[in-house]
Design a protein around this ligand. Structure first.
Ligand code: PMP
Length: 372
């Protein structure tokens, strides 16, 4: 049985030709030495322009080019967090945030959102968990794993809370901002509110299938950028100049790179939706953005596989799918969505189609002693 892997966070697309051509040319022309820690002026300008052309006020001095979005987040955690500070994260959320915090000073505080309310982040519930120690509120928009997009109205209601917490910054992780389907995307940078405490992190890994190039950026107020440049120059120096050239070329040819990928993702999203609809007792949020479904498989926990093994947890269920059906998905418990699994539709079409058939077969084969 062929392995069907829906677990990767990287899409299967090839990185843009513009990136590959620009990087190769830059290496050949000798751009192989240290560059400015903050990033090349041309790339910072191009990143700022992608916001200003949407009417968002961002200057190149507010941009720091980083070796991936993850490093932008780690940089911010390193410069902004002190002992005892709290980092508030609505869950389900990408498990990478917990991992980053292992190496930072902050303490994680989660706030549960649920599929029953379409993963709505209730502002009153959020207020309940905020304290004087809350330092970062970390949103992912569009969210990984749910694909939920926050509306402008929701973002502004959240931002309004910052007025009552003068030490609190909002970090909006917008790494999937161009992978959107059904709802308009709003950057936190374009919202009314205390913009002097709004930070956006973003990158090229997801929108442009460039996860291996390790390049991302943050957009932040000038004082945060200054501290973050110092952190970067003290620890990492700066992103390779030829990688920055590739990122610049990608921005300059972004429509060419993005349009064909988005077309495929739109179709794949429909295929996965249909596949999930065909399985009894499975519910899910239809993602507005990113490239995952996060179906609720709780019904199937408490069952027995055909060989008599009990399936008593999400982990057991993922093990059953992997070891008996060669179908790999990510255990949703890791994201804070017990009984859910994350499935990527940014995979080759034949893998996706086979996977949906296999998931249904696998779930229909389990038996229940108690359920009727
Ligand atoms: N943020 C989110 C929400 C992600 O899903 C990921 C990758 N899985 C990252 C950040 C890290 O991205 P990068 O490759 O740019 O470090």
């Amino acid at each position: 049985m062929t392995e069907l892997n829906l677990a990767s966070g990287a899409s299967y697309f090839r990185s843009p030709d513009a990136a590959i051509t620009a990087a190769t040319a830059a290496i050949k022309s000798g751009q192989t030495y240290y560059g400015p820690a903050e990033g090349s002026p041309e790339l910072r300008e191009a990143i700022a322009k992608r916001y200003t052309q949407d009417g968002i006020n961002v200057s190149p001095e507010q941009i720091l080019v980083t070796p991936g979005t993850k490093q932008a987040l780690f940089n911010l955690c390193s410069v902004l967090l002190h002992d005892e500070d709290e980092v508030v994260i609505p869950v389900p959320a990408w498990f990478g945030f917990n991992e980053l915090l292992k190496y930072s000073k902050g303490k994680l505080v989660t706030i549960q959102t649920t599929p029953e309310t379409n993963y709505n982040l209730d502002v009153d519930a959020l207020r309940q968990v905020l304290t004087d120690k809350s330092r970062l509120l970390l949103l992912t928009n569009p969210a990984n794993p749910t694909g939920r997009i926050y509306s402008k109205q929701e973002l502004e209601a959240i931002l309004a809370l910052l007025h009552d917490y003068p030490n609190l910054y909002l970090i909006s992780d917008e790494i999937y901002d161009l992978d959107t389907y059904s709802k308009p995307f709003t950057s936190a940078l374009s919202c009314a509110g205390p913009q002097e405490r709004v930070i956006v992190v973003n990158g090229f890994s997801k929108n442009f299938a460039m996860s291996g190039w390790r390049i991302g950026y943050m957009v932040a107020p000038a004082d945060v950028i200054r501290q973050s440049i110092d952190f970067q120059s003290s620890t990492f120096s700066g992103v390779s100049m030829f990688i920055q050239e590739a990122a610049l070329a990608t921005i300059q040819h972004s429509n060419e790179a993005l349009a064909p990928m988005l077309e495929v993702l739109k179709e794949h999203r429909k295929i996965m939706q249909k596949g999930l609809e065909a399985i009894p007792h499975v519910s899910f949020y239809i993602p507005d953005g990113a490239y995952y479904f996060f179906p609720d498989l709780r019904y199937y926990i408490g069952s027995t596989s055909p060989d008599g093994t009990s399936i008593n947890s999400t982990e057991d269920l993922c093990d059953y799918l992997q070891h008996k059906h060669n179908l790999i998905v990510v255990n949703g418990d890791k994201f804070g969505g017990i009984g859910h699994v994350r499935m990527s539709f940014a995979v080759e079409r034949h893998i996706l189609e086979l996977a949906m058939v296999r998931l249904k077969e696998a779930l229909l084969q389990v038996t229940f002693t108690q359920k009727v």
